[in-house]
Design a protein around this ligand. Structure first.
Ligand SMILES: *Cc1c(COP(=O)(O)O)cnc(C)c1O
Length: 222
């Protein structure tokens, strides 16, 4: 498997989907999702020019990324998995973007850590567009109130929204819902779309797509 070639193909598909949606090819950023992948694989993708990466576990990211960041200046690391409150300090210290702000307790702890550490990762709110019991994210009908709380009461600059549609549903309506909530709240960054549906997501206005297996190859099932 050639990750460099995969990366080129994904970039070309992103550009084509943007053009098909009457958008500029560079209006969509690629977040390469490297969870479960070893640093050797990640280095190949960095060498091919990719600078923005996503990981879903704080502890795994801590074991892989401080070294990679030291080797290559300008890397940007996104947390795309659920944040446990005992990991908030570590997440604020390591990540450049936290995409999974999804409840008041975590939002308060992030605000406290930002104050304490003087480091401000960009913050997105995760919305559970399918209202799935097992999935993280704020309920869609509570998103406006939660965004207001984060912004006015906690002083957090929320710049993006993120969603993971239910696996067995047509993702389009979920992407449309996330886009609507973003529009109504003056939010510009829309993180939506993965290996199987990033082209659809771009059609619905995604400004960031999170692509793992199409670049790195399949992950061992967990
Ligand atoms: C794993 C993961 C991805 C990437 O999934 P692929 O199907 O491998 O592209 C994207 N977003 C989140 C939140 C993930 O956990």
């Amino acid at each position: 498997m050639d990750v460099r070639e995969n990366l080129e193909q994904v970039r070309a598909a992103i550009a084509a989907a943007a053009v098909a949606a009457d958008r500029k090819p560079d209006s969509v950023r690629l977040v390469a999702v490297s969870k479960t992948k070893p640093v050797e694989d990640i280095r190949l993708v960095i060498d091919a020019g990719q600078r923005v990466f996503g990981e879903n576990r704080v502890q795994e990211a801590q074991s892989k990324w401080p070294g990679l960041k030291a080797e290559t200046p300008g890397l940007e690391l996104h947390l795309i998995g659920p944040l446990q409150s005992n990991k908030t300090a570590d997440a604020v210290a390591l990540f450049d973007v936290i995409q999974t702000v999804d409840r008041e307790k975590i939002a308060r702890e992030i605000a406290r850590e930002i104050e304490k550490q003087g480091r401000s990762p960009r913050l997105y709110v995760q919305v559970n567009t399918g209202s799935e019991a097992q999935k993280a994210g704020i309920e869609p009908d509570q998103a406006d109130a939660f965004l207001a709380l984060c912004r006015t009461e906690l002083g957090l600059a929320i710049t993006g929204l993120m969603c993971i549609p239910p696996v067995d549903e047509n993702p389009g309506p979920h992407f449309a819902l996330l886009s609507k909530i973003a529009r109504e709240n003056g939010i510009e960054t829309l993180s939506m779309g993965m290996s199987d549906d990033f082209e659809t997501a771009i059609g619905f206005g995604a400004t960031e797509v999170r692509v793992g297996s199409a670049i790195f190859g399949a992950r061992p099932s967990m």
